[in-house]
Design a binder for this molecule. Structure first.
Ligand code: DON
Length: 607
């Protein structure tokens, strides 16, 4: 059955097709050859689903729709201050080809009119015009999600007749807005406008802006979020030129039109819209494009000022480990204890884009529950992105709860830059940030371990050195001798105990109470947890097999008390008492064999 949303788009296309006013652009001769009946509508969701209706394969030149994307590239390549000194952000109220320059500085009033766009093109990264052209192609491709091609015929047609733009380019050179050869920048501008796209490409470009600069299908960051809001601002106030006021009043979406017949409209955090119909009104905007956007805005209530996302919608579900304990089977005395305490481990399923208002709501709910909470699990599976301010608030809240011995961990955020990057960017030096798990079961098991390790019942929470798996079968007198050389040390919540790559440290740690995570660093400053260890277990024991770099990092997940023995001291005793070495190595071999069997099972499962 066809999606009702698709049916809506098809019906809208049929309805708007009846509009036949307007005329083809002819000041660029090649554009006058378009078919006036060409018409296509595409809406793309933030997870990349495209609803299209019309001439889906018909390419056309992007023209002025390229301007906001190249303006974003200039901001990203040269920095906001450099660009703002040379291009204003004020609506001119004039036509797109007007020579609207600041009378004092000569700076174009905004980056959407030709003068501002030509200036933006001159500022993209590149040592010469050819390198800049390659950067322009890269930028456009990052938004369409594919390589676009240059329509040479349109390019030559515009380069040959673009006298007004040549005058504008020389004016910009005269006022020091363009540093290099203005004609080289202008040729790049003409080529940029002559790149071929489809209306679906436009919708993906718009959806990338709606998705905070992250392409909804490729997941690549086309433009850092801090510049996205600047691009959308000038699109909202200047994107439709001397129709901008009526557009914001009637439609209420940041938009950009092009004389090739395209229009993009952006619904931040929700949709990207791309439309193609070459019949233009007297202001150079697509007649059917405007009508389509008016209708969609009205029908779906998408006017940017009508949109009030209720912050509470960010918290889609709440439940506890009493509803969903970990899948492992703990020993009976643990199971009974966990059943009594499981309600203190709380899952918060988060949803959508987390801005500061949503983050404030989440934090408020966590604080209201904190009195009887041991751990929070923030399930990020349905989160599409987080602003830096929201990430900062969540991270400060995590640290504050840690100080109250309440852990806050994240799950199911792996591989999603729009979620991970903001949470990583706000970390202070030495702060590893949220412990992140690939799934909820791993997370709740970790929380259960921590809960058990903190319980007052010494029968469960603490283990002596003698309980260590490494010393199984060793005589009491020898154990007492080992106790006498073991050093006791306590580690705070979150403290790093061992660092992967460290060389020369041969200490072996025996956990008496508390629990630790053994993690291996992965790309981008992330971690993959490979084990959670509790009382009676040991780590660093590979040092018994000789000098080697540490293969993993170890962090304290609760207050952890350990007994520590240096492997060199164990070697000395073992040289005097070979029985000790044999027993320890037998125990170690048995432990490693069990781990190898477990790893093989994982590999078999993954295969
Ligand atoms: O510079 C020009 O005139 C064209 N390459 C682009 C103008 C344009 O698309 C105006 N937008 N509606």
């Amino acid at each position: 059955m066809l999606s009702p949303f698709q049916i809506y788009i098809d019906e809208l296309h049929a309805q708007i097709s009846k509009f036949d006013s307007g005329k083809l652009a002819d000041y660029i001769p090649e554009l006058s050859k378009a078919d006036p009946n060409w018409f296509g509508i595409c809406v793309v969701t933030l997870d990349g689903v495209a609803y299209s209706s019309g001439d889906t394969e018909q390419p056309f030149t992007i023209q002025s729709i390229s301007k906001p994307f190249i303006y974003g590239a200039a901001l990203s390549d040269r920095g906001r201050n450099f660009v703002s000194r040379r291009i204003g952000v004020e609506p001119s109220g004039d036509a797109f080809n007007s020579i609207s320059l600041n009378p004092q500085t000569g700076a174009p009033l905004n980056p959407m009119i030709n003068a501002g766009a030509i200036a933006s093109t001159s500022m993209v990264e590149g040592d010469d015009a050819e390198a800049q052209w390659r950067q322009i192609e890269r930028v456009i491709a990052s938004f369409t999600g594919r390589q676009t091609i240059l329509d040479e015929t349109v390019y030559r047609s515009e380069s040959k007749t673009g006298f007004r733009n040549r005058a504008i380019a020389w004016m910009l050179k005269n006022f020091g807005i363009i540093d290099g050869d203005p004609m080289a920048s202008l040729e790049n501008y003409f080529r940029q406008c002559s790149l071929q796209v489809t209306f679906q490409d436009l919708a993906y470009m718009a959806a990338t802006l709606a998705n905070h600069g992250v392409h909804p299908l490729t997941g690549a960051t086309a433009l850092p979020a801090e510049h996205v809001e600047r691009v959308l601002s000038v699109m909202a106030t200047c994107g439709m030129y001397d129709y901008a006021g009526s557009w914001l009043y009637e439609v209420g979406m940041p938009a950009k039109s092009g004389v090739g017949g395209g229009i993009i409209a952006v619904v931040p955090g929700r949709f990207g819209i791309g439309i193609f119909s070459p019949l233009l009104d007297e202001k150079g905007n697509s007649v059917r494009g405007i009508e389509t956007c008016k209708q969609i805005s009205r029908d779906f209530g998408l006017h940017v000022f009508a949109h009030t996302s209720n912050p509470s919608s960010v918290l889609s579900r709440f439940y506890t480990a009493a509803d969903a304990p970990s899948r492992r089977q703990p020993p009976l005395e643990l199971r009974l204890y966990l059943q009594q305490q499981a309600h203190r481990i709380k899952y918060l399923c988060l949803n959508g884009f987390i801005a500061i208002d949503s983050a404030e709501y989440i934090v408020r709910q966590m604080r209201a529950m904190a009195i009887d909470t041991h751990s929070f699990i923030l399930d990020m599976h349905k989160v599409t992105g987080i602003t830096i301010s929201a990430a900062r608030l969540l991270n400060v809240t995590r640290i504050s709860f840690n100080e109250q011995d309440i852990s806050v961990v994240c799950t199911r955020s792996h591989g999603r830059a729009a979620v991970i990057d903001p949470l990583t960017k706000v970390l202070q030096k030495g702060d590893r940030g949220f412990l992140r798990f690939t799934d909820n079961d791993l997370a709740v098991e970790w929380c259960e371990n921590r809960l058990v390790s903190m319980v007052n019942n010494t029968e469960i929470a603490t283990r002596a050195l003698a309980d260590s798996t490494l010393f199984r079968g060793i005589s009491i007198p020898l154990l007492q001798q080992l106790e006498s050389i073991a050093v006791q040390q306590t580690f705070a919540v979150g403290e790093q105990i061992l660092a992967a790559g460290d060389m020369g440290d041969r200490r072996v740690f025996f956990i008496e109470s508390g629990c630790v995570s053994v993690v291996i660093p992965t790309e981008g400053g992330n971690y993959q947890r490979i084990a959670a260890l509790g009382p009676g277990m040991e780590f660093g024991e590979m040092a018994l097999l000789g000098q080697a770099t540490r293969s993993a990092s170890v962090y304290a997940d609760s207050v952890v008390q350990c007994r520590i023995i240096d492997a060199a001291d164990l070697d000395s005793i073992a040289n005097l008492l070979p029985e000790l070495k044999i027993v320890m190595l037998q125990n170690l071999a048995g432990d490693l064999a069990a781990r190898l069997r477990g790893a093989n099972q994982w590999i078999a499962a993954l295969a």
